[in-house]
Design a protein around this ligand. Structure first.
Ligand code: HEM
Length: 187
């Protein structure tokens, strides 16, 4: 299931090893931007009440440290199977900490926009396009895994708690979804 999610995202975004090599190629210039990105990331989350309340008091420093390390891995192009595997756990952590995918996707968008601005400022057009493309495809795969990890883990946890087999849950959900579609369409 997890392997399939990764395979689908790689196929559909067009992410490839070439993107990893592109990130490596420009890492000397891009890794210097990490502190600015991390600051922009947490300034945004702490300036907005619904996202600020996710964090415990005095947690910011620790979160900044782990995000810095994670972004350095991305910008150094240190992308391997473990990198993708670990993202499944992020979905679980986000469920536990009350971070819906709307928050996560909003921040993926912000990081991509910050990165695009830097690429356009610092590189000529063809390099900027190549580097931004590599970063965007990777971050889109990242977002897809976190989102699917969140959703699939949530459903799995629910069916485990209820003690119902996944196939039965799927059938019950289908019936319920048909009823919900009917209601949304006005009966
Ligand atoms: C660009 C989007 C995001 C990415 C790529 C991402 C990635 C990660 C990663 C790699 C971890 C595990 C490492 C760590 O503990 O830092 C993590 C955990 C966490 N993230 Fe995210 N995240 C994103 C968005 C968000 C947002 C928007 C919030 C809050 C509003 C958030 C809150 C958290 C929290 C609270 C943890 C759990 C820390 C713990 O209890 O161990 N994340 N995330």
């Amino acid at each position: 299931m997890r392997e399939q999610v990764l395979e689908d995202l790689i196929k559909l975004t067009g992410y490839s090893d070439k993107d990893r090599e592109t990130l490596k190629e420009f890492s000397a210039q891009t890794t210097g931007l990490v502190d600015e990105f991390v600051k922009g990331f947490y300034d945004t989350l702490f300036a907005y009440e619904p996202t600020a309340v996710v964090f415990e008091e005095n947690e910011r420093q620790e979160r900044e440290k782990t995000l810095t390390g994670w972004l350095l891995t991305v910008l150094n192009g240190d992308i391997n199977d473990d990198f993708f595997k670990n993202l499944w756990i992020v979905g679980l952590l986000h469920i536990k900490r009350g971070v819906p995918n709307s928050y996560m996707l909003g921040m993926v968008s912000l990081v991509q926009q910050l990165f695009l601005t830097k690429c356009l400022e610092s590189f000529e057009k063809s390099d900027a396009e190549r580097l931004f493309g590599a970063f965007k495809r990777l971050m889109d795969v990242v977002a897809g895994i976190i989102a699917e990890g969140y959703y699939l883990s949530y459903v799995e946890a629910l069916s485990n708690v209820a003690g119902i087999k996944k196939e039965v849950v799927d059938r019950m959900i289908n019936i319920e979804i048909d009823a919900m579609i009917k209601v949304e369409r006005g009966g």
